[in-house]
Design a protein around this ligand. Structure first.
Ligand code: AMP
Length: 512
């Protein structure tokens, strides 16, 4: 297939708001692909390279884009794939120039729209989970197989491209061959947000509550003395976490798959912030040194396989029994089952007082819903709110095109009378809010560039967020984490917005 055809299709799918129409277009495309093209097209349409991240940054891309685009689209999917594979394999010292050259060779033969598509693909700008959901339905439609079978195969296999190839070419019998196997990762189960524990109990009745720790998700596989450790994105990071490998190797079971969270603790027993734990998973690591500085402790909360028994379709209680049978209590996530709001509240307070992010509330008998953001797993995080001032807004993309969307938010600095930027968010904004802010903010415009309109600092919004993290990028050295707009505060003037001192006090209290 020509890359141009795929680029045009991708644009059509993005433009079309209707889910069914998107599925229809994608299914039609899938039916026209040759066997070898299926994984490439599926990955590209989901906004990914089949190779994963290949280490092309913005500056390399800019250099590679220096030549003019070509007139007609001559490229095929195989051409693009061969180029990215070539870039991936070109490593070692002095490889930067060669990698740029290979990429430039591809971009010189691409049309203007293909270049834009490739650029967004390389920079990961198209990636969002919704595309995968639509793609799974499209694979089901194109292959005539039940979407349940396609979803399940994808969740245990983790590669939609592979699943699509088997579904389209070999059919359902082969699809059921995708089974959970120790050593091969599956997509982790995800949780839905929930306001508070009372709400969680209303939804679940009796709930299994667990601490929600803010570290790194790990899926650990043990087969004999072989141990693999996969991240949430299914990257094998065993080499970065030798202490975890040693701990799991020492467990009694012969074959085991555990799901859990690892994090680093401070000498006083409180967890380090997420950012600090994540230093253990950086790109260039001195593993021995980091292990000494930031030893990791695992807290396992699920068991998906134990000695030949696959448990993802067993109720939660059974999986927890299996967990308790193999993992000592000190390495298990603190947990209780209750239907009492008072007991649940006390558990939440205990989790937060111990420095954790909040709690998870799980339906005690739920199956393990790999890859799904299920209503059977609810996450309840401690929340802060601040009244902040809008300093600028960026134009939206896709459905939000033409609207000012991503807000730059700042707190008041009483010593200078200026505003200190703390982060950006486009979350929480309804269509009505987008429409209104587009109009109001343009009236307050002081300057603009290609992406952003800068405004007089007059509009106040109430912003909820879960955390503050250290950030050298922002002037106060702090940035909001998981910020979303709750509502506009037309009743407040900028002089009444929260101050940077309040923000620092929240940060200090969290670090205590
Ligand atoms: P979030 O990243 O905010 O969507 O929250 C989900 C993440 O919380 C999971 O991917 C895990 O990494 C993490 N987590 C921490 N504690 C638990 C727990 N007890 N059960 C499940 N996930 C947990």
């Amino acid at each position: 297939m020509k890359l141009q055809e795929l680029t045009d299709l991708s644009a059509r799918v993005t433009r079309n708001a209707g889910r069914l129409a998107k599925i229809g277009h994608l299914a039609e495309c899938l039916r026209c692909l040759e066997l070898g093209e299926i994984p490439i097209a599926v990955a590209y349409l989901c906004g990914e390279l089949p190779q994963g991240k290949i280490g092309i940054g913005w500056s390399m891309l800019k250099d590679a884009l220096a030549c003019a685009p070509s007139e007609s689209g001559v490229l095929t999917l195989a051409d693009a794939d061969a180029c990215f594979e070539n870039v991936r394999r070109t490593t070692g010292s002095g490889s930067g120039a060669r990698r740029t050259e290979i990429l430039a060779g591809l971009l010189a033969r691409a049309s203007a729209t293909e270049r834009e598509f490739l650029q967004r693909l390389i920079m990961g700008e198209m990636r969002h989970g919704a595309l995968e959901g639509v793609m799974m339905e499209a694979v089901a439609k194109a292959s005539g197989l039940p979407s349940r079978s396609v979803r399940r195969a994808y969740f245990v296999n983790g590669s939609l491209g592979q699943v699509a190839s088997v579904a389209l070419i070999q059919g359902e019998a082969s699809l059921s061959g995708f089974q959970l196997t120790p050593g091969r990762p599956i997509l982790p189960a995800l949780a839905q947000p929930c306001d508070d524990v009372a709400d969680a109990l209303r939804q679940l009745g009796t709930a299994a509550l667990e601490y929600k720790m803010d570290g790194a998700r790990v899926q650990v596989h043990k087969v004999g003395s072989d141990v693999a450790v996969f991240t949430r994105g299914l990257r094998d990071v065993a080499a970065a976490v030798p202490e975890l490998v040693e701990t799991v190797r020492a467990l009694g079971a012969g074959a085991l798959i555990l799901d859990g969270e690892v994090l680093a603790f401070r000498p006083d027993g409180k967890p380090h912030p997420f950012q600090t734990t994540m230093r253990r998973f950086g790109r260039k690591l001195d593993v021995a040194e980091l292990r000494r500085e930031l030893p990791l402790t695992p807290y396992f909360f699920d068991c998906l396989h134990l000695d030949g028994n696959t448990l993802i379709d067993a109720p939660g209680r059974e999986r927890i029994d299996a967990l308790a049978a193999t993992v000592p209590a000190a390495l298990r996530m603190p947990r209780m089952i209750t239907d009492s709001p008072a007991a649940a509240d006390a558990f939440f307070v205990a989790a937060v007082s111990a420095g954790h992010e909040g709690v998870m509330a799980k339906a005690p008998d739920a199956l393990y819903e790999a890859g799904e953001r299920s209503r059977n797993w609810l996450k309840i995080k401690r929340v802060h709110t601040l009244d902040l001032v809008v300093l600028a807004a960026e134009w939206g993309h896709g459905r939000r095109k033409g609207w000012l969307s991503n807000l730059h938010l700042g707190a008041r600095d009483p010593s200078s009378g200026l505003f200190v930027m703390l982060g950006k968010t486009f979350k929480g904004l309804t269509d009505a809010m987008l429409r209104e802010q587009t109009e109001i903010l343009q009236r307050l415009e002081t300057a603009r560039d290609r992406h952003t309109v800068y405004v007089r600092p007059e509009v106040v919004v109430e912003v909820a967020f879960n955390d503050l993290q250290a950030s050298p990028q922002y002037p106060a050295g702090l940035a909001l984490r998981f910020a979303r707009v709750k509502r506009y505060r037309p009743d407040k003037r900028a002089e009444q917005a929260d101050t940077i001192e309040t923000v620092r006090a929240i940060h200090a209290a969290e670090a205590e």
